[in-house]
Design a protein around this ligand. Structure first.
Ligand code: EPZ
Length: 422
């Protein structure tokens, strides 16, 4: 299995490009099911999750041409509406095909994603919303079987909890439904905005884009025709590299980023003493040699993202005082704590709150990645740990970071991908 070997202590400098956002590309790819004509997507990140979802489309009968950052997808040839366990179990975001398949074909079967390393992650809110749109839903043999033979009907949906994937599924379903759907307590992430803009460009009326109330006029099962779509920059990848600058006390520049999408991340790094220069799509971080502790609580956009919590915990290990980090979205998103402590950090957990106490230094060790963002936190810690850190199970990283070791090497980090052949 591949692992990353990092020799800590190198100062970083220079600039790297931010890739397209995985979490935007996934719903955009799922939304192509709403069309029976070819559509081209550009600026896709070159990561495993994207290849997994494209593979699912080919299993459904779609035609996909994919070359690194560009894919042309023709879902006019879909001849199956069953999203099989073999794919969904690899990537829970495959649940995003549920809304568009049901809306376009009036029936589908999607494997239940099951739990995952960061929490239970149920899909009850997706299912309840589809039921209010007239779907009949049955769970059998590990699959969600959904039917709406005469098409979905517009409805008023109030999400009990803000859900990114739930909002995306219902936006897609509503765009082909009969009548008007109102979503209250919708998620407002930039990824939702991109999905709504893509559907609007195809002629569907959506009011309230970027707010918590979305009003969608469905086409009554008439498939959409999309224009070419360029995936927005990955705000979590951008934030991760800014953390690399902060933790290594280095000035670095990220290009092709969107500063508006990472305001919460920039604010927290500023509160730790870092400074920023922002020029159109380029962001330069000037770090603080004495990082101040941070206090943060994860929340929905535009709040501080849960997907940046682990990386900030790594940075906080180098602060001059005690930081307090509270995770409010996922009940089990602290698996990186014990691995960071193997590198010599002093982190204490009580329920959903972690106290990160200052330590003089981190020391290289063997550590294990447990999920995507936990993996990048371990890499960040490895950049400053004395000696060699080997980060194992990096298949988690490969799901969502485009060429992490290439980009960090370009900035001067001593990092290489090795294979222990077991
Ligand atoms: C998306 O997951 C992201 N994934 C996650 O990114 C991200 O951490 C998360 O949103 C929160 O920002 C993609 O975009 C592909 P949710 P999603 O539905 O949609 C609960 C990464 O590292 N909930 O907004 O699955 C849920 O358990 C990842 O790239 C229900 O209770 O997240 C959680 O506590 C991991 N019932 C909260 O809502 C439901 O039906 C928010 O989850 C749905 C969700």
């Amino acid at each position: 299995m591949d692992y990353l070997q990092i020799t800590g202590g190198a100062k970083l400098s220079g600039a790297i490009n931010i890739s397209g956002a995985k979490n935007s590309a996934l719903p955009v790819i799922a939304a192509t099911i709403l069309s029976d004509k070819p559509v081209t997507l550009t600026n896709l990140p070159n990561v495993v999750d994207i290849r997994t979802l494209l593979k699912l489309l080919t299993i459904l009968g779609g035609e996909v041409e994919h070359n690194n950052t560009i894919a042309t997808i023709n879902n006019g040839t879909i001849n199956s509406t069953k999203a099989v366990y073999e794919i969904v179990s690899q990537m829970r975001a495959s649940i995003l095909v549920l809304g568009p398949l049901l809306a376009r074909f009036g029936e589908c079967e999607v494997s239940l994603p099951g739990g995952c390393a960061i929490g239970q992650r149920p899909i009850d809110l997706h299912l309840k919303a589809l039921e209010s749109m007239g779907a009949t839903i049955e769970i059998k043999g590990g699959y969600v079987r959904a039917e709406a033979p005469n098409g979905l009907k517009g409805a008023k949906i109030i999400f009990d909890k803000i859900t990114v994937g739930g909002t995306e599924n219902i936006v897609m379903a509503a765009s082909l439904a009969h009548g008007t759907t109102t979503i209250i307590n919708a998620a407002k992430e930039p990824e939702i905005v991109q999905l709504c803009e893509m559907i609007k460009e195809a002629g569907v009326s959506i009011e309230g884009v970027g707010t918590s109330t979305l009003i969608i006029e469905g086409t009554g099962q008439k498939p959409l025709t999309f224009k070419e779509i360029k995936i927005i920059p990955d705000r979590i990848e951008a934030g991760t590299y800014l953390c690399a600058g902060a933790i290594t006390n280095s000035s670095i520049t990220i290009k092709k980023a969107n500063a508006m999408h990472i305001q919460a991340t920039i604010d927290k790094l500023e509160s730790m003493g870092c400074c920023f220069e922002i020029n159109n799509d380029e962001i330069t971080i000037h770090p603080s040699s004495r990082l101040k502790p941070v206090s943060l609580i994860t929340s929905e956009y535009p709040g501080f993202p849960t997907d940046m919590q682990a990386q900030f915990m790594a940075v906080a290990t180098m602060a001059i005082g005690e930081s307090v980090i509270e995770e409010r979205l996922f009940e089990n998103r602290f698996m990186h704590v014990s691995e960071l402590n193997r590198l010599g950090s002093d982190i204490w957990l009580k329920g959903s709150v972690a106290a990160v106490r200052p330590v003089a230094e981190l020391n290289g060790a063997e550590v294990m990645a447990t999920d995507l963002r936990a993996s990048s936190a371990l890499v960040l810690a490895g950049l400053v740990a004395k000696g060699v850190t080997n980060v194992h199970r990096i298949y988690h990283l490969d799901r969502g970071y485009d060429d992490l070791e290439g980009k960090l090497s370009a900035l001067g980090a001593k990092i290489e991908r090795l294979n222990n052949r077991v």
